[in-house]
Design a protein around this ligand. Sequence first.
Ligand SMILES: Cc1cc2nc3c(=O)[nH]c(=O)nc-3n(C[C@H](O)[C@H](O)[C@H](O)COP(=O)(O)OP(=O)(O)OC[C@H]3O[C@@H](n4cnc5c(N)ncnc54)[C@H](O)[C@@H]3O)c2cc1C
Length: 397
Amino acid sequence: MTDYRYLIVGGGMVADSAARGVREIDPDGSIGIVSEDVDRPYARPALSKKLWTDPEFDWDEKVDLHTEETGATFVLGTRVTAIDRTGKTVTTDDGATHGYERLLIATGGKPRSLPGLEPSERVLDYRSAADYRRLRALADAGAHVAVVGGGYIGTEIAAGVVQNGARVTLVDPDEIVGGRMFPEDLATAFQQRFVDHGVELRLGRRVTSGSETDTGVVLTLDDGSVVEADAVVVGLGIEPATALAADAGLTVRDGILVSSTLRTDDDSVFAAGDVAEYPDRILGTRRVEHVDNAQQQGRQAGRNLADADETYDHTPMFYSDVFDMGYEAVGQVSTSLRTLEDWQEPTVTGVVYYLDDDQLVRGILLWNVWDKTDEARKVLAEAHALTTDMLPGRITA
Ligand SMILES: Cc1cc2nc3c(=O)[nH]c(=O)nc-3n(C[C@H](O)[C@H](O)[C@H](O)COP(=O)(O)OP(=O)(O)OC[C@H]3O[C@@H](n4cnc5c(N)ncnc54)[C@H](O)[C@@H]3O)c2cc1C
């Protein structure tokens, strides 16, 4: 059995920032990172963006997070199967046991799958560097790639792959690409970029079944039509990987429930990142599947593993880049809310506010408006004192 002062389950973006957070407080305590992934932590957003659009974007320099700089010991390609909180150990799928004094659960999420299609060389759920390497090989060979799901990863992949000369078909249940997040005029402009770049759109359609052949995949849609492709990228989002925590008797709701110091209901066990449900200072209890949260919350979890006992008080932003369009956002960005648009140039530069039934601002989309996330956080924090006539002109490029 190997014992660590700090043991991190999961080797993603939180693992990197947490190991660095530990080192801010404790220069010497041993850190172990057990990860199912075969690669050391890397910047996941690059997998769907810069690695497709910037030939100079170097893995070693820009994507690998170089977590080894913290002196952490890695156990890669290994899944943790159980946590024993009484004995303070975890068990892995190769039968090994690792002891801990402090444990951080940073297992992220498990991608949703399509009926009839298990992940394979041609069915990519697109979470890992291995998925990137496989899709890159397919795209370089001029494959026809079906992308299912028009959320932010699906749209980024569709844009990235088509810009590399491969054929792309995008399938989404919405009638318009981006329709769940953007008001209609913006979604229309967003969708037009996909049309202009030659992405074939199958909108208003769901995949009802899929099968893999020797040479490709066949997707049957809910109108009976069929999409045949060399590979499919399944971009249907994730379910938080909470099973380990639940099996260990920790409280799990939408995610693993943690306090403002990122502790679970066991004082020695913390959780952070995509898997954690935490009390946000401005937005209330929530779980966030974005990189700013993974980095800031991971760092705070690391500091608190090493006894800093500080509150996580950062309200995270998120971002996406697709073709020549880009945005940052804070809070709830969903057309299930009412939208108020404040354009400097329509659908090119401006701000969209998302309001609930009481006319309170719940989310803010900054479209080609940069370095304004602090102003957006301020608006969200002061939402109770703002009426809608006070919003236009409040945040500008
Ligand atoms: C392709 C892609 C693009 C993205 N782009 C953006 C973006 O543009 N903007 C943005 O804000 N966010 C983006 N994200 C989201 C962002 O990367 C995540 O929010 C972030 O990585 C979450 O960090 P995490 O450590 O919680 O989870 P992850 O980084 O997913 O890491 C979880 C790790 O846990 C491991 N694991 C799971 N279960 C076990 C187990 N039982 N035992 C051992 N290991 C286990 C996994 O193998 C993985 O290594 C993107 C994500 C992807 C996949």
